[in-house]
Design a protein around this ligand. Structure first.
Ligand code: CP3
Length: 346
């Protein structure tokens, strides 16, 4: 299979390619998941990573927000550490904590011990994507992978981290280990994206959630070349590439230059400041995810500002500035979706 022909003319793909659209496309990072009662119901008694390996469950969970909100894209239900799990790395996703790795990676031998990902490791991913593309019809499916720095942080720290100190210590102090690790993850993420696109995903997002911890110099020198390899490999598949990170106001230009078609902007950087930094690339974002807790008219007034600011870009995909917060009221996201989709662009 290849990218879904039915979705080729969708507003999401048109906007991602800088083409005119009837309305600003809208989807939400983490639109599936803990904010939805129907998600909590189907996940009862099933561990997070087990749910990612069950194609029927992945189809159901990915479809839930599409059915509920009528968003302009589905995001594949999986996790950035799933490929590592699939090749045999001993890790778990602990509820309320995040990914935890049993034996953190510190040496060249540790890196070498991580197998490369082949499609045979993830047959359930291809099955889930194929099932989804059938159900989604003209709604595009966004596949995703973790960027090398963000995935490396979990592997090196052994779990979530604020400072990423051990990760950066490897980056600064053991360049040959760092380089090997980044190459290993870049190849894995590229392979994981390929599986998703070959099964029918229409676009991909590379999540470098923790890249904002880096100075532009260190990003450019130690991280960007590896993310660029992933994005170049995805580019060969012919689908638009979205590149997102948090706290990246100093990095937006570089994240675009790494080979993105669309640069995701978190909520801290107003789009009118982000757009000159990304040049003629498309932007995605960036309503503060806490604004859905505000009165509806406050939320929609801010959403209107985001849409208006986005008009100065080559193209704009509406999103929150990071993932949906678990306590979010789904009805408020439904109102936000409806507001963005009916906002007159003429
Ligand atoms: O957006 C979606 O709805 C698609 C699914 C998705 C998940 N993880 C499911 C998930 C996506 C796109 C991700 C990506 C991901 N995973 C990122 C990058 C995105 C970002 O938020 O910056 C990162 C950093 C991870 C690692 C990870 N996995 C974290 C930090 C957590 C949260 C820990 C917690 O419980 O607070 C997870 C777990 C996770 N991944 C959940 C979901 C729905 C929650 C687990 C559950 O429901 O039990």
């Amino acid at each position: 299979m290849s990218p879904s022909p039915a979705a080729a003319d969708s507003v999401l793909l048109r906007a991602a390619r800088g083409m005119p659209v009837s309305h600003t496309p809208v989807w939400f990072m983490r639109q599936a998941g803990r904010s939805l009662p129907e998600y909590l119901r189907v996940r009862e008694g099933v561990a997070m990573l087990d749910s990612c390996m069950d194609p029927e469950l992945v189809v159901e969970i990915t479809m839930q927000p599409v059915r509920r909100y009528g968003v302009d894209a589905a995001i594949f239900f999986s996790d950035i550490v799933l490929p590592l799990k699939a090749v045999g790395v001993d890790l778990d996703i602990k509820p309320g904590v995040g990914p935890v790795v049993a034996a953190p990676v510190r040496t060249l031998a540790d890196v070498a011990a991580i197998p490369d990902l082949t499609p045979d490791h993830v047959p359930f991913i291809s099955q889930a994507v194929q099932g989804l593309v059938g159900e989604l019809g003209a709604t595009p499916l966004i596949g995703f992978a973790g960027a090398p720095f963000t995935v490396a942080s979990y592997l090196v720290e052994g779990g979530p981290s604020k400072e990423h100190a051990k990760t950066k210590a490897m980056m600064f102090g053991a360049p040959e280990v760092w380089d090997a690790l980044m190459r290993k993850i870049a190849d894995m993420s590229a392979a994981y994206l390929r599986v998703q696109v070959e099964a029918g995903a229409s676009a991909v997002q590379l999540f470098d959630s923790w890249a904002g911890a880096l100075t532009p110099r260190d990003y450019a020198e130690h991280v960007m070349p590896h993310s660029a390899r992933v994005l170049a490999a995805a580019g060969e598949l012919g689908v638009p590439r979205i590149h997102f990170g948090v706290g990246t106001s100093n990095l937006l230009g570089l994240m675009g230059e790494a080979g993105a078609d669309v640069v995701g902007v978190d909520w801290r950087t107003p789009l009118d400041r982000a757009i000159p930094m990304v040049g003629d690339r498309v932007v995605q974002g960036n309503l503060d995810p806490t604004l859905v807790f505000a009165p509806t008219e406050v939320m929609t007034a801010r959403a209107a500002e985001v849409i208006e600011a986005g008009r100065a870009a080559t193209g704009h995909i509406f999103n929150l500035g990071h993932g949906v917060i678990p306590a979010t009221d789904p009805d408020q996201l439904a109102r936000l979706t409806e507001f963005v989709q009916s906002y007159a662009l003429a």
